[in-house]
Design a binder for this molecule. Structure first.
Ligand code: NAD
Length: 460
């Protein structure tokens, strides 16, 4: 029998299997964290676990050989409680509705954690950009955006880059929207644009840079008992795209030893440390990090199991699962990608005492500078890069402080939380266990979103 919302409100959900779809995983994370907030108003859990709007568009595109192909795209708005929807657009053959819904929900929590006035949204088109020419990608982008019509807009839902979309894609999105809505300032309709069309300095690097700020702050807070700085730490990074390559470069500049990196074609390892700039140059020339001179070839699976201080998954979701979490040898994991760990992996790592800085905190630098870009566009301003980076650092440090404070408070108040649960739901209610940092991050986010929802009141 389907549980009533009331039963669900107080039941710690069973851990989903690694096969669960991404939205089930996102929902599980949210519902389990909500158990730590006994005074969350009844019904709020139901309200915030749904997506406000899920749109599918199917559209034809003329290919370079004069044939016509159909494509499927999605745009999901999870919440606009704290502001207009905000979230990237992904081009990938495995894009699906559940994935886009999960990514949209994570955007809501992420925006709340870094305290920017946006709700959560996400989009995607099922396609393989590696096999498509720039002109086909341009036609896909234009048609997808025109099919979405007024579902996106500078004050309703604002896209940004994600996997396999970049500044060029954002320029096409802006241009399409501007052609369809002439005569007004449309720059804030999309972020992550090239700097000469209203993009912000520092946006391209913002997610990787934000990740490094979070890591530095968390180390200073003592997440690893015997290491309080990045200097001298060994780091392995899965994924050498925008986020992974920027994180690698900034970490090496802080005297960390980046011992391994990878991309979809495989990984490279050098115990003495790789030079990320040289690896980037090699990738520019050959299309991959593979076969970088002087490094040993490893697989993506091997990279995740290397002995190192810090492991940064920066590629794709569900990379560390119940099947390989036992073999992870890193001492700290920083989730630069969205959803790289499954709940089963979380459990194993929590039991083994390996802390995880969760995606909704660690990769929120991108949306933070997207917010800065949006503000600059509305004001017709362009801030210098140093100003953007300094503002980003403040936001990321405050967010990390809030999450780690919540982690300590939940841990210290576990007995009070369980007493309150029994008072609300009866003596049979299951007690919540010791939280992990992901749970603490969700508690910060849910509390902020629920508070604004109550201040505004439920419409009408
Ligand atoms: P990107 O397209 O620039 O790079 C992706 C990288 O991952 C590439 O190097 C690709 O080769 C590699 N890759 C793909 N499949 C892989 C696999 N199976 N194993 C190993 N490597 C693989 O994308 P990006 O913008 O760097 O995004 C990476 C992750 O960060 C995604 O999860 C994305 O959702 C997340 N993220 C990105 C941003 C942003 O601002 N770009 C913001 C927040 C979160």
């Amino acid at each position: 029998m389907k549980p009533t919302p009331w039963q669900q409100r107080w039941a710690i959900p069973p851990t989903p299997s690694d096969d669960a779809d991404l939205f089930e995983i996102a929902r599980y994370q949210f519902v389990s964290a909500a158990q730590y907030i006994p005074d969350l108003r009844e019904g709020m859990l139901e309200f915030l676990s749904h997506c406000v709007r899920t749109v599918t568009v199917e559209f034809p595109v003329e290919m370079d050989d004069d044939t016509v192909e159909m494509f499927v795209g999605y745009r999901v708005l999870h919440s606009r409680v704290r502001g207009p929807g905000k979230g990237g657009i992904r081009y990938h053959p495995e894009v699906n509705e559940a994935e886009v819904r999960a990514l949209a929900a994570w955007m809501t929590w992420k925006c709340a954690i870094v305290d920017v006035p946006f709700g959560g949204a996400k989009g995607g088109v099922v396609c393989n950009p590696k096999e498509l020419s720039q002109s086909v990608l341009r036609r896909i982008t234009r048609r997808y955006i025109s099919e979405l019509g007024d579902l996106i807009g500078p004050h309703t839902d604002i896209p940004a880059p994600d996997l396999y979309t970049d500044e060029q894609t954002m320029a096409w999105i802006y241009d399409t929207y501007d052609m369809l809505h002439p005569g007004r300032n449309n720059l804030p309709v999309v972020t992550g644009k090239p700097v000469d069309i209203g993009g912000s300095y520092g946006r391209r690097e913002a997610t990787g840079r934000g990740c490094v700020f979070v890591l530095e702050r968390a180390l200073a807070h003592g997440v690893l008992p015997d290491r309080d700085t990045i200097r001298g730490a060994t780091v392995a990074i899965q994924g050498f795209g925008n986020v992974g390559s920027v994180a690698a470069t900034l970490l090496a500049a802080r005297d960390a030893r980046v011992v391994a990196v990878s991309d979809s074609r495989g990984g490279i390892y050098n115990e003495e440390g790789l030079d990320p700039e040289a690896v980037l140059e090699h990738k520019r020339r050959t299309g991959s990090v593979a076969e970088f001179p002087g490094a040993k070839t490893i697989t993506n699976a091997e990279l995740l199991e290397l002995p190192c201080d810090i492991l940064i998954p920066a590629a794709f979701e569900k990379q560390i699962t119940g099947a390989n979490a036992e073999r992870v040898q890193a001492r700290l994991i920083v989730e630069a990608a969205n959803g790289p760990l499954t709940p089963l992996a979380d459990k194993v790592l929590h039991d083994r005492g390996i802390p995880v800085l969760p995606d909704i905190l660690a990769n929120a630098g991108g949306v933070t500078v997207s917010y800065f870009e949006w503000v600059q566009n509305i004001e017709n301003e362009q801030w210098p890069e140093e100003e953007v980076n300094a503002k980003l650092r403040i936001k990321m440090e405050r967010a990390t402080d809030a999450v780690l404070r919540s982690y300590k408070d939940l841990d210290a108040n576990l007995e009070q939380i369980n007493t309150a649960r029994r008072q609300y739901a009866g003596d049979d209610v299951e007690p919540v266990p010791k939280p992990d940092i992901r749970t603490a991050a969700y508690v910060v986010a849910i509390t902020r979103v629920a508070h604004v929802a109550m201040e505004r009141g439920i419409w009408p």
